[in-house]
Design a protein around this ligand. Sequence first.
Ligand code: NAI
Ligand code: MG
Length: 336
Amino acid sequence: MREITWLPGDGIGPEIAQATLRVLEASGVSLRLDEQKAGLSAVEAHGEPLPRKVIDSIRRTGVALKGPLTTPSGVGFRSINVALRQEFDLYANVRPVRTLFAGRYQDIDLVLVRENTEGLYVGVEHYIGVGSDRKAAAESVMIVTRFGAERIVRYAFDYARRMRRRKVTLVHKANILKLTQGLILEAGREIAKQYPDIAFEDRIIDATAMQLVLDPSRFDVLVTENMFGDILSDQMAGLVGGLGFAPAANVGGEVAIFEAVHGSAPDIAGQGVANPTALMLAACLMLEHLGEDDAATRMRAAVEGVWREGRVRTRDAGGQATTAQFTDAVIAKLRR
Ligand code: NAI
Ligand code: MG
């Protein structure tokens, strides 16, 4: 039986993790869960946010499904999500968005591939003092390596080919940041030649943000650097109803970690009203990664079916259903 690392997480995490587990069980797939704590719950239980045994577990199983983790604020405290991405070199952050219920747009089906380890988010920052003013200025360094640029672009093209997608759009700002962004654009143009079966275009980030709102159907797979991807992926989640609908896969050479894009939602934690859709869809991505395509397809169809019917909606989508009622509806569909 395949073992995975199971991290329910903080805030609404345990509620949506429990809901997702019920659906996974109903899907008939057999998984052994190695349950671990990270984030605030690990600070409370073990005095540290990312205990060694969590890392060891993920290294052993190679696959984790995680709920959102609260990053306790405090000087010098690193985001655990960033720490996990760095520890396992999870360089590709894959974020699919699809229309699940009628909103502003019909039939949105986009995938963002975000570089997850470089760019401005390496966090190389410092103050520059002038005279007695030690904080007269501040500087952050954007790091792009040819290796990193080529590997994320290649990942996007391989993904497009595997998923039978037609086009890759590379999103950048090489008109201004000629070296860092230029390196990514160069990698895109070079590697695109090796994938004649997939259309390629490049587009400036600001124009892309506008076009995504005007006419999202012109896009298919988008690939971009870390910070642009962070921002665009939330925008894309907004196109399909919000953060409650956006799953993500963090993929590296040896390890993959699946999660919802949203955070621990402390404002609604403990009320039993969180929308578990994003984590359920992340579980579907995990099942596909594990080669459990049949279970993944059935589980996704059940989640999407509940939304298409539109009778059972959670509060964030204008409905009244609790997390448990939504989950019951998904399980009823699975069993049908
Ligand atoms: P958030 O995503 O937790 O919440 C933003 C808003 O969206 C809130 O109003 C929340 O109620 C709502 N929301 C989010 N997910 C929802 C769901 N599934 N169903 C219904 N409503 C939902 O972002 P926020 O408040 O900025 O961050 C809270 C904590 O989460 C912070 O400690 C942050 O560091 C952490 N975080 C963790 C992430 C992760 O583990 N991958 C990602 C983003 C934030
Ligand atoms: Mg983000």
